[in-house]
Each structure stands twice: as structure tokens, then as C-alpha cells.
Design a protein around this ligand. Structure first.
Ligand SMILES: [Zn+2]
Ligand SMILES: [Zn+2]
Ligand SMILES: [Zn+2]
Length: 111
């Protein structure tokens, strides 16, 4: 037996433990690291579909989960940039004001 024979087993085990932080799937043709929270990026491993959306900024500012607007969750939309965040997350941090500002615009404008 050579070392080469062992390699796929390790790969398989590594893949088996992978779980998308956002949607919870354990099945993905490709895994992506989220660009936010780089220091703890392994916690924020994303499946292929969520990774693509995350790269386009389609994630909630507060819980960092990628959103699918067709889902049943409620969203608030930033008055400045049109970014969506979960209504429940914005409410949790007390920022569900009208007109709504996303996290970065809220911080910019409250300086
Ligand atoms: Zn996912
Ligand atoms: Zn959220
Ligand atoms: Zn904004």
C-alpha cells in the first residue's frame, strides 16, 4: 500500500464533515470559503450555491446567512443600496427603523 492510496480516504472524510454554514447542506460539488470573517473562515464554509450568492453580497449583515428571497422569511431593504437583511435580525439589534439602513450604511451615517 502506498501513500497515494490513502489520500482519497482523507479527502472523503474531510468532505463528509463539511456543512454549509448558510443553508446547512452537506452535499455540494464544490465548497467555498466566505470572504467575510476570514480568521474563522472554516466556520463559514459555504456550499457552491451559497458561495456564489455570498460573493455578490447577498447575505444578511447580521447573521451572515445567504438569503434566497423566495423563502418565507421577511426582509428589510436598505434605503441607500437596496441590500436586504432579515427583518428579524434587524429587529434583534434594534435597527429595524424606517427607512431602513443596512449595517454598513447605518454605521457610516451614525458617525
Ligand atoms: Zn448553502
Ligand atoms: Zn439574518
Ligand atoms: Zn446599504
Amino acid at each position: 500500500m502506498t501513500d497515494i492510496d490513502l489520500e482519497p480516504v482523507f479527502l472523503l472524510l474531510a468532505l463528509k464533515n463539511r456543512k454549509c454554514f448558510s443553508c446547512g447542506t452537506t452535499q455540494s460539488p464544490q465548497w467555498r470559503r466566505s470572504q467575510y470573517h476570514d480568521a474563522i473562515k472554516d466556520r463559514f464554509l459555504l456550499c457552491n450555491a451559497c458561495g456564489l450568492k455570498s460573493a455578490k453580497g447577498q447575505f444578511c449583515s447580521y447573521c451572515l446567512r445567504v438569503y434566497y428571497l423566495s423563502s418565507e422569511e421577511e426582509y428589510v431593504t436598505c434605503d441607500r443600496c437596496g441590500k436586504h437583511d432579515h427583518a428579524s435580525c434587524a429587529e434583534f439589534v434594534g435597527r429595524n427603523h424606517t427607512p431602513y439602513r443596512c449595517k454598513s450604511h447605518y454605521e457610516l451615517e451614525s458617525l
